[in-house]
Design a protein. Structure first.
Length: 98
C-alpha cells in the first residue's frame, strides 16, 4: 500500500507504543499532520483513496480517522487496497503467534 509523502515539518509526532492510543492507531500508524488551520490524519496515498480524518486538533483528527476506519472496514470491497491493508494488518496483529 502506498502512503502519501508528507513534509517532515508538517508531521505531528506520535508515540505509537503508548497504551493510551487505541489499538488500531498503534497498529496501522496513520500519519497526523498540520494542513493550514486544521489537522489531518491519513493512511493511504491521498485523502480521497486513503482512510482520512480531520479536526481542529490532532486528537480530533485521530477520532475522526478512527470513525472513518470503521466505516471503511465495513464497506470496503475486495478491490479497496487501503481497506484490505488495514483489515489484514489488524487481523495479523490479533493472531496469537506463540
Amino acid at each position: 500500500m502506498e502512503q502519501m509523502k508528507i513534509a517532515e515539518d508538517k508531521i505531528v509526532p506520535l508515540d505509537f507504543d503508548s497504551e493510551e492510543l487505541p489499538f488500531e492507531i498503534r497498529e496501522l500508524r496513520p500519519v497526523v499532520f498540520r494542513e493550514e488551520t486544521s489537522y489531518w490524519c491519513l493512511l493511504g496515498p491521498d485523502p480521497h483513496q486513503g482512510i482520512f480524518g480531520n479536526g481542529e486538533t490532532a486528537l480530533e483528527a485521530l477520532v475522526d480517522w478512527l470513525e472513518n476506519l470503521q466505516v471503511r472496514l465495513k464497506t470496503g470491497d475486495e478491490n479497496d487496497e487501503v481497506a484490505n491493508y488495514a483489515r489484514e494488518s489488524l487481523r495479523a496483529s490479533n493472531r496469537d503467534v506463540w
